[in-house]
Design a protein around this ligand. Structure first.
Ligand code: FAD
Ligand code: SF4
Length: 512
């Protein structure tokens, strides 16, 4: 049998069992395509990161002796579409079996199922689907795990993952006596001298940028073509992980929620891209971090480590489960019926709101923002302002180097916008200036006044926060976790003026 094996751009798992031996009958297919470069307006660093990681991967398996067909974007033979390329190759080379790994994206899953139908109707042609061997759970695991339950409780899932994979465990109990150290991990960064340089790779990526531009791919954001800093091979991903353990882990949890206008990365690992394209696996990252901590317990306390591990075997794995439990319906959910267009300043950073300016400018510059910037600054504003979740999704899906739909949409529509009405979270993540000021130094130099709700310079978050609750009273007031907000609103003497202020801000949203 002559086998054609497809490897998608986010399936660069060199530890996959496909590669454990050289199969002389198998040819691996990796393709750069306009179809993938243009399904949304991606950040230029995202397109470059994907293409370079794919090229490195193709070279590395070829070096091991595997047969590879690689289409670059400017390849004459490249029809730029997945199905067309595959059908052409099957005809040309006489393959009689097609194999692929389960895609993580619903869109590609459907496309490959359609293709499978077509191929299986060919005489003596077969199709085989295999797992990506990347995640800790299988696609349908979370749905089965919570069968009969109203909500998917992340913490329950997380604890089961800890037990099942024996991470930070002592038999059936957590190793240090506590499952979760979240409450200890909420500090503001007061001393910038604590900041550590992020890991850099400084690669010259001029050639691939020129190719992308010459093909007319529409992109957003900036790129320093002489200093591309994302890991784009397995070796570099391992270097980034090592650097994280040695330089950043000891403060990770403590400053996990902090924001600082002089630094976009703080103590975060920047490993999401490497993991999402599968250059390294989540279990591998977690085991490496746990082992490092066991050897350095005198210097690193468990709260830092538990906080990190929870993000990966908890949140990341959980979001994937929610995606497969809820798609395709999830992509259309709009619980609050929000319809407003995304203000233009999300594409430029030109706003007087200092927190948003930093989060947006940083994202355009580096294709990155850390979790709290995504959730409590940009996401918070979009939810308070009632932006259409479709517009919200397109922004998040394009701008971040780690944005792939399964993990973007569940975070955006679910965790951040509550457009799912409470599948991911039990209440919307919204806040006034109070929280942003508590966790950052943004308010200190802002045009707006963090303590004012009314007036020309009143912080927009303050009035929009109450506007959000007031306009959604019917949908939210029965939620036991929110009752307090409504009791406060009912007692507020200047409620009317605050709501009027919010209306005025919404009417001139582009000028904020
Ligand atoms: P660290 O802070 O170092 O955390 C370590 C790892 O934990 C991350 O690399 C990531 O793999 C995982 N992780 C942490 N939080 C989450 C989470 N909520 N969901 C899933 N994994 C998590 N993450 C993406 O990978 N792709 C996205 O498109 C994406 N979109 C987001 C959109 C919004 C609105 C929000 C609120 C969060 C989003 N996240 C997304 C989750 C999280 O913000 C990023 O994973 C993280 O900022 C990546 O940076 P890091 O690698 O330095 O993370
Ligand atoms: Fe953001 Fe308001 Fe603080 Fe300005 S005052 S940085 S707009 S929270």
């Amino acid at each position: 049998k002559k086998i054609l094996r497809l490897i998608l751009g986010d399936q660069l798992n060199s530890n996959h069992s496909w590669f454990s031996e050289i199969d002389k009958n198998a040819t691996y297919l990796i393709m750069e395509m306009m179809q993938e470069a243009e399904y949304t307006n991606h950040h230029i660093q995202k397109v470059v990161g994907f293409f370079l990681a794919m090229r490195n991967f193709a070279e590395s398996i070829e070096r091991q002796g595997h047969k590879v067909i690689y289409f670059s974007l400017d390849d004459q033979d490249n029809s730029q579409k997945l199905e067309e390329n595959i059908l052409k190759l099957i005809d040309r080379h006489g393959f009689d079996r097609f194999e692929y790994q389960l895609p993580d994206e619903y869109r590609l899953d459907q496309l490959l199922l359609e293709l499978t139908k077509k191929l299986e109707s060919k005489k003596s042609f077969s199709v085989r689907v295999v797992d990506t061997e990347h995640f800790l759970t299988e696609r349908g695991f979370l749905k089965d795990f919570f069968k009969g339950k109203k909500t998917y409780l992340m913490e329950t899932f997380y604890r089961s993952m800890r037990s099942k994979h024996d991470v930070l465990m002592d038999g059936k109990e957590p190793l240090t006596g506590k499952w979760n150290y979240d409450h200890e991990n909420r500090n503001k960064l007061k001393d910038p001298l604590l900041l550590v340089k992020p890991k850099t790779f400084s690669k010259d990526v001029n050639t691939v940028v020129n190719m992308i531009r010459s093909k007319g791919v529409k992109t957003i954001g900036e790129i320093d073509e002489k200093n591309f800093d994302w890991p784009i091979s397995r070796e570099e991903s391992m270097e980034a992980l090592k650097y994280f353990c040695e330089k950043l882990l000891f403060r990770f949890g403590e400053y996990q929620d902090a924001m600082y206008d002089g630094d976009s990365f703080l103590f975060h690992s920047r490993l999401s891209f490497a993991m999402n394209v599968k250059m390294i696996s989540p279990l591998e990252v977690v085991e490496y971090v746990e082992k490092y901590w066991l050897r350095h317990q005198d210097a690193i306390d468990v709260a830092q480590v538990e906080g990190f591990i929870r993000q990966i075997i908890g949140w990341r794995e959980y979001m994937r489960g929610v995606y497969w439990a809820e798609m395709p319906g999830f992509a259309k959910l709009n619980f609050f019926d929000h319809k407003r267009k995304l203000p233009q300043f999300f594409w430029t950073g030109k706003t007087k709101m200092n927190c948003l300016k930093h989060a947006i400018e940083g994202s355009l510059k580096s294709a990155y923002a850390h979790h709290i910037q995504r959730l409590m600054v940009t996401g918070n504003f979009m939810l308070l302002a009632g932006i259409d979740p479709d517009e919200v999704d397109q922004w998040y899906l394009g701008i971040y180097i780690d944005a792939i739909e399964w993990v973007e949409i569940t975070n955006t529509r679910g965790m951040s916008q509550f457009a799912d009405g409470g599948i991911v979270g039990t209440k919307p993540y919204v806040s006034s200036a109070n929280y942003i000021d508590k966790m950052s130094n943004y308010c200190e130099s802002c045009f707006y006044k963090k303590n004012q709700k009314i007036g020309d310079r009143a912080c927009p978050f303050n009035s929009l926060y109450w506007h959000f609750y007031a306009r959604n009273e019917e949908k939210l007031s029965k939620n036991p976790r929110i009752g307090m907000a409504y009791r406060t609103l009912a007692k507020m003497k200047d409620a009317e003026a605050i709501l009027k202020q919010a209306e005025d801000y919404l009417n001139q949203i582009e000028k904020l």
